[in-house]
Design a protein around this ligand. Structure first.
Ligand SMILES: Nc1ncnc2c1ncn2[C@@H]1O[C@H](COP(=O)(O)OP(=O)(O)OP(=O)(O)O)[C@@H](O)[C@H]1O
Length: 209
């Protein structure tokens, strides 16, 4: 393998395993530019894999590189701390802080307030900035979580089932929004889903687990 940088056009280069209870989960794949969908049945280890890439779960073996940069390498004892990986992570549950307004949730961990208006407009949440998380719909809360991830000025995005538990109309809306984020930011994106239609539409490349 050699040096620290991979092919310039590789976004994710992943080869990891981790023990989870009685199971061993992991995956080996390389993804090119654009968005990549991780597709697989419940329990396949998709969430665990995202956590390993984000640095929130330590793999037992293997390597993780994103855009050519080594984030984890068991053999070389490299394990970049999660806060230094510059990942924008959106979990299945939006995990907003209940005691902070939407605006302060968005700015949590942000480098600066610059970009707030633009991102809020792009995600159609500008009218929600002074609301409390408990007053948001599922789709709105998810858009806020995505906005928060973007405001951290991430190098890449990890989205865990961003459309789960939305009704049909909201799903279409959220799908369009993700496509827009994908096309406008051009950040490497890894999107977990177990919905074939969603996988087909959002992923330039589909990794089956
Ligand atoms: N904290 C844990 N302790 C023990 N086992 C775990 C833990 N978390 C996950 N597992 C197990 O690891 C495996 C992978 O779980 P994971 O959540 O990564 O799968 P998934 O593909 O994201 O599933 P889903 O689509 O249902 O969210 C499952 O067998 C699960 O039971």
């Amino acid at each position: 393998m050699g040096g620290g940088r991979g092919g310039a056009s590789m976004s994710f280069e992943v080869d990891v395993t981790a023990r989870r209870g009685d199971a061993v989960v992991g995956a080996t794949f390389q993804a090119g530019e654009g968005s990549t969908v991780l597709f697989g049945p419940s329990g396949a280890g998709k969430t665990s894999l995202l956590m390993m890439i984000a640095g929130l779960l330590r793999p037992d073996t293997g390597r993780v590189r994103v855009s050519g940069q080594v984030l984890f390498d068991a053999a070389r004892r490299i394990n970049v701390r999660p806060e230094d990986r510059r990942a924008g992570v959106v979990f299945q549950e939006p995990r907003l802080f209940p005691h902070l307004s939407v605006r302060r949730n968005l700015l949590y961990g942000a480098a600066s307030a610059e970009g707030l208006e633009e991102i809020a407009t792009r995600l159609d949440i500008a009218h929600l900035l002074d609301r409390w998380p408990r007053t948001l719909s599922g789709g709105e809360a998810r858009r806020v979580a995505i906005g928060r991830a973007l405001l951290r000025d991430p190098d890449f995005l990890l989205l865990d089932e961003p459309l789960a538990s939305l009704d049909r109309a909201r799903r279409e809306e959220a799908m369009l929004m993700i496509e827009r984020v994908r096309d406008e930011t051009r950040l490497p994106m890894l999107i977990v889903t177990h919905d074939p239609e969603e996988a087909e539409r959002l992923g330039r490349q589909i990794i089956r687990m």
